[in-house]
Design a binder for this molecule. Structure first.
Ligand SMILES: Nc1ncnc2c1ncn2[C@@H]1O[C@H](COP(=O)(O)O)[C@@H](O)[C@H]1OP(=O)(O)O
Ligand SMILES: [Mg+2]
Ligand SMILES: [Mg+2]
Ligand SMILES: [Mg+2]
Length: 349
């Protein structure tokens, strides 16, 4: 089965949402110190991005059987305190849709924007088609002016069949060979994958797509690994123990959001390690798009026990300990190092 029409719609949606986020981030970075501590811009961009994606998908594909599993809901915007924020979101969404020319016919009302955001309340599950959206993945990175992603996937009968990652601040050239003279200012990548068709990357402003592959490295000593920038999101100590056991020599590359999956899919690094603190439950929108982008580029994504991720269980992923990503050659050694490290950690408690 081909998902070409859905893929075009998803690319348009994620690109337009990126335009909205870029506008907010630019204003945020130009703001004075006092207003920088105000966290509301990210709220406005989160909701705005979700509304734009929802509107574009429904305009392109029809709303009859539309189902969206997304991070945000409009609860806080419906009370008196949320009124001003809702006004800001509505203005931003209308400006963004109008800037494209295709979607901005009649401006959306407050109610339209709220309804677009709330269309993301689906529970997903093993049957039918469900879109899966993180409107801004890596909000901490967004606030810092660093990496973030708009991550959009499509589930069909419980399997991820499309993945689109819009990474407005990711350099087009490899993070590994970052050359200061060359391409330094060219940022903004759109990664996309359709099941069975490989992974492609183009610039967010619309260059010709190129097919990408994960690294074919088989010597862990030459590998580098990605992990969260935020220590609160992933156990850095555990990652360094695993890396040491594997023989990895390079220091960790710490970046925010699913931009890590994008970078891995084009071979910028060889491994991604993610071990959240105890009690944290991973959501499907934090991995669906990134998973397919890496898998179609030849990579392997599993939990710490080597099980594939199951996106058919609703809004959450049930996992053993964490998520590990690498190529097929390195996975056996990585799994061994992960198991040994987890055992060591458990016996030292
Ligand atoms: N305490 C936490 N532990 C792990 N992940 C978290 C935590 N809080 C938020 N996240 C989510 O982790 C992802 C980003 O992680 P990282 O950038 O470290 O890879 C985001 O999806 C972020 O949510 P959000 O989408 O709201 O930014
Ligand atoms: Mg997220
Ligand atoms: Mg988010
Ligand atoms: Mg969030």
């Amino acid at each position: 089965m081909s998902y070409d029409k859905e893929l075009d719609a998803a690319k348009n949606a994620a690109s337009l949402a990126a335009r909205l986020c870029q506008k907010v981030q630019k204003a945020l970075l130009q703001a004075d110190v006092q207003s920088k501590s105000d966290k509301s811009p990210v709220t406005v961009a989160d909701y705005g991005s979700q509304a734009v994606v929802s509107v574009v998908l429904q305009k392109e594909l029809g709303s009859a059987s539309f189902s969206l599993v997304a991070e945000e809901d409009s609860g806080d915007l419906r009370n008196e305190k949320g009124k001003a924020t809702l006004q800001r979101i509505m203005k931003l969404v209308n400006e963004t849709l109008a800037s494209d020319g295709t979607y901005g016919t009649a401006p959306l009302s407050e109610e339209d924007v709220l309804a677009a955001i709330d269309s993301g309340r689906s529970e997903g599950g093993p049957s039918g088609q469900h879109w899966v959206l993180d409107p801004i993945d890596g909000t901490k990175g967004f606030l810092r002016g660093d990496q973030y992603a708009i991550a959009l996937g499509l589930l069909d009968e419980g399997k991820v069949v499309l993945g689109v990652l819009s990474c407005p601040n990711l350099p087009l050239s490899s993070l590994a060979s970052h050359n200061l003279q060359d391409d330094q200012d060219k940022v903004g990548c759109l990664f996309y994958a359709q099941v069975g068709s490989g992974t492609y990357m183009q610039s967010l402003d619309g260059s010709t797509p190129i097919k990408v592959h994960v690294t074919d490295l088989d010597n862990p000593e030459e590998a580098s690994f990605f992990e969260s920038f935020e220590a609160a999101h992933s156990l850095h100590d555990l990652s360094s123990l695993i890396a040491k056991k594997l023989g990895v020599k390079a220091p960790p590359v710490r970046i925010d959001s699913q931009a890590k999956y994008g970078a891995l899919s084009r071979g910028d690094g060889a491994i991604y390690l993610r071990f959240p603190h105890k009690g944290y439950r991973e959501k499907i929108w934090d991995h669906a798009a990134g998973y397919l982008v890496v898998a179609e580029a030849g990579g392997v994504v599993s939990d710490a026990a080597g099980n594939p991720l199951d996106f058919s269980k609703g809004r959450y992923l049930d996992l053993h300990e964490g998520i590990i990503v690498t190529n097929q050659k390195l996975m056996p050694a990585l799994l061994k190092a992960v198991k040994e490290s987890l055992n060591e950690k458990a016996s030292s408690l």
